[in-house]
Design a protein around this ligand. Structure first.
Ligand code: AMP
Length: 305
């Protein structure tokens, strides 16, 4: 079934075509019509499944039929676990909203940067993408009001719980009106995610996208079983031999992320670490350079709790 049969208007279909999305991904096929019907939804899907466009498109469709926001009462709230995801989701909203005839104000807020500029931007915001802690800061300074939210999205719920945001999330839920649409996305269905599901969702549609159905193409997975002291030399050898141009290295700690960067650097390979002990500005620039191909290697702590 093509995107044009899913109930999306011309302004959205045009951007989808510009992005060369030939067909809806499975999660989009199910999620878009269900969300447009006003249903609550539980999506068990990983990054790579296309889940972001799966909720961004119907939310923008519904928003076109609502009055623009003029005050601090936001309509759509998207909770995400990290600054990086907040920026990314904000960008997907901006992209797909670009041809909508009425102005849609979208803002992404997260901690680690000054709160004042974010406070000033809240008036007239239709869609707010936020990490939980910073959202509560903005609520407590009256910069934003949540009592008229009509659509709540919780993205990467399992990660949010792993990062210890449970209390903040519960505080946020108590500030929302009873009548609203709830969309919950998680890569896994842990007991804690089930608790949130029970708390938030009323008679939800449930979509489960298995790993094989996700469209992460062109990925070849290879494992090397070697001693610790040979890991660094092997990494450098592979980067050079295979002429790898964009390499993301996950390591077990912040210290290791810095060590790997230093070793690569000494060996003439351009690398930077992405971790929480760096300033937000440093992280943003490193990520931007990595995405654009200016920076060859980025190292990051892989956190499982
Ligand atoms: P997500 O799982 O939302 O992070 O999306 C993963 C990637 O898939 C993003 O780079 C999207 O731009 C891309 N994508 C999403 N939907 C489609 C589609 N229907 N066709 C092609 N690419 C898509």
């Amino acid at each position: 079934m093509p995107f044009s049969s899913l109930g999306l208007s011309k302004a959205l279909i045009e951007v989808i075509a510009e992005q060369n999305y030939a067909q809806p991904y499975p999660i989009q096929l199910e999620a878009i019509p269900a969300i447009l019907k006003g249903k609550d939804l539980l999506g068990i899907a990983r990054t790579g499944s296309g889940k972001t466009a799966g909720y961004v498109l119907p939310i923008l469709e519904m928003l076109q039929h609502q009055e623009p926001t003029k005050n601090r009462y936001i309509k759509t709230l998207v909770l995400v676990p990290s600054r990086e995801l907040a920026v990314q989701v904000g960008e997907v909203f901006q992209l797909f909203a670009s041809r909508i005839p009425r102005k849609v104000k979208i803002r992404a807020v997260f901690g680690g940067v000054s709160v004042n500029p974010q406070m000033m931007q809240m008036i007239g915001t239709d869609i707010l993408v936020a990490t939980p802690g910073r959202l509560l800061d903005l609520v407590s300074s009256n910069a934003v009001k949540l009592s008229k939210v009509n659509t709540l999205v919780v993205d990467e719920a399992d990660k949010m719980l792993n990062l210890g945001f449970k209390e903040e999330m519960n505080s946020i839920f108590t500030l929302l009106p009873a009548e609203r649409q709830n969309l919950l996305f998680s890569a896994t269905l842990s007991n804690e995610v089930i608790t949130i599901k029970e708390l938030l969702l009323k008679d939800p549609g449930i979509i489960r996208i298995d790993e094989e159905d996700t469209y992460i193409e062109h990925i070849r997975q290879v494992g090397y079983y070697i001693e610790n002291e040979r890991k660094g030399p092997l990494l450098r050898y592979l980067i050079k031999k295979e002429n790898m141009q964009q390499v993301l290295v996950f390591v077990s700690s912040i210290k290791r992320a810095d060590n790997v960067v230093n070793k690569l650097y000494i060996n003439g390979i351009d690398a930077e670490a992405l971790h929480s002990e760096r300033s937000q500005g440093g992280r943003t620039t490193a990520l931007k350079n990595f995405k654009s191909g200016k920076l060859r290697v980025s190292t990051s702590k892989f956190s499982i709790r």
